[in-house]
Design a protein around this ligand. Structure first.
Ligand code: FAD
Length: 352
């Protein structure tokens, strides 16, 4: 037995190769093959990514006792589990390195449900730092020029107007602040001329304030309302023609609040879920150069240039922490899905 280390945590293995093969991606616990498929299942889950696996785990955990049988089938189209959580471990110069193909890091502050799950699965000892070194010495590379974060702020963010042909209102602003500080505020406060739409957004803003207040209580650990109930008047004011088909219960959770945001808020009378971010910004008067700059700085090109709706794009851009204290798992994010599968296998004693 020799001591090997990954992320400065020592473990004993016969060889580095053993360390790697001790953490392979798991087969699906519920074996899928045309020859063994049953005629019916209690639950069918499509996709063996974290969402599908977590759903299976929660359902099996809800069993009243060990004898209760809940038959679940997870259908996964690929040959591996984990979906967009996909860690590869490999050896380089006698060190084990992690390579993440997809999700790689998390924070405690912004992902309380994930932290709860890690505690429940007994994975807290395997949480390791994911240093980003986002200090002012961090260097960037844009349009053939390299400079530090400190230099990017010099002279009222002058470097950005040297690199991009910005219009007057776009100069002298930290590019990372345009979306959260200016665009978001513009939508929420509905400064658009059209009074009818401004009124709709005013009611939506009042509801959003209630949701955010309840959510802050939840984050602080205080008692909070799990849902906000909209009055008929609010529903009518916000959703107008679609009022009939709208739910009056809004869940106080990050996904619930963002869903409300994209369905309730409008720009020029058109819901944010009907705009792409690029079209919205262009309509607001932002130059193409400025949009290119924001997309590059955000690191999330897809949010700007894909068909993703502007409401979803806001969620992605604004939920991403600016000064994060990121963590990861010792064997990478796949460790989470692997352990989930082990638990599912333990809970599901009725393999088919
Ligand atoms: C490059 C990258 C970096 C990321 N970084 C982070 C990060 O640092 N931190 C973080 O928290 N998140 C990150 N994410 C996001 C995170 O990886 C995803 O949010 C999460 O993995 C999604 O899980 P899911 O189960 O919803 O979907 P997926 O992981 O996409 O799982 C869906 C599964 O369903 C299967 N499937 C799809 N359609 C069918 C079908 N018709 N039949 C059968 N099977 C089907 C797929 O093969 C897949 O296995 C990142 C994502 C990417 C791509």
């Amino acid at each position: 037995m020799a001591h090997y280390s990954i992320n400065n945590i020592d473990r004993e293995f016969d060889s580095l190769q053993d360390l790697i093969t001790s953490t392979p991606e798991r087969d699906l616990p519920i074996f899928i093959s045309k020859t063994v498929l049953k005629d019916s299942y209690d639950v069918l889950i499509v996709g063996g990514g974290i969402a599908g696996l977590y759903a299976a785990y929660k359902i099996l955990k809800s069993k009243k006792d060990a004898n209760e049988k809940i038959q679940i089938l997870i259908l996964e189209q690929s040959k591996r589990t984990g979906g967009r959580l996909d860690t590869d471990l490999f050896i380089m110069n006698d060190n084990v390195l992690k390579e993440e193909e997809g999700g790689m890091r998390f924070t405690f502050e912004d992902m309380p449900q994930l932290l709860n799950l890690l505690v429940e699965l007994g994975l807290t000892d395997d949480i390791v730092p994911f240093p980003m070194h986002l200090d002012d010495n961090n260097r960037m590379f844009y349009r053939g020029k390299t400079f530090s974060r400190r230099e990017s702020k010099h002279n009222n963010y002058k470097i950005w107007r040297d690199l991009y042909e910005l219009k007057n209102g776009e100069k002298g602003i930290n590019p990372t602040e345009i979306i959260p500080k200016y665009v978001y505020t513009k939508i929420i406060n509905s400064t658009h001329d059209d009074q009818v739409f401004a009124d709709e957004n005013t009611v939506a803003r009042q509801v959003l304030d209630r949701l955010n207040t309840a959510h802050k209580k939840y984050l602080s650990g205080a008692a909070y309302d799990k849902t906000i109930v909209l009055s008929q008047k609010e529903i009518q004011a916000i959703y107008g023609d679609h009022a009939e088909s709208t739910t009056k219960h809004i869940e106080v959770s990050a996904p619930g609040i963002w869903q409300f945001f994209r369905l309730a808020f409008k720009w020029k009378g058109i819901g944010l879920n009907k705009w792409t971010l690029w079209a919205l910004l262009a309509d607001m008067g932002y130059s193409n150069e400025c949009i290119q700059m924001m997309a590059k700085v955000s690191g999330f090109n897809g949010t700007y240039f894909s068909t993703m709706n502007a409401g979803e794009a806001f969620q992605l851009l604004m939920e991403f922490p600016t000064e994060p204290d990121f963590k990861s798992l010792r064997y990478g994010f796949s460790q989470l899905t692997n352990v989930l599968i082990d638990r599912i296998s333990e809970l599901n004693t009725d393999h088919c």
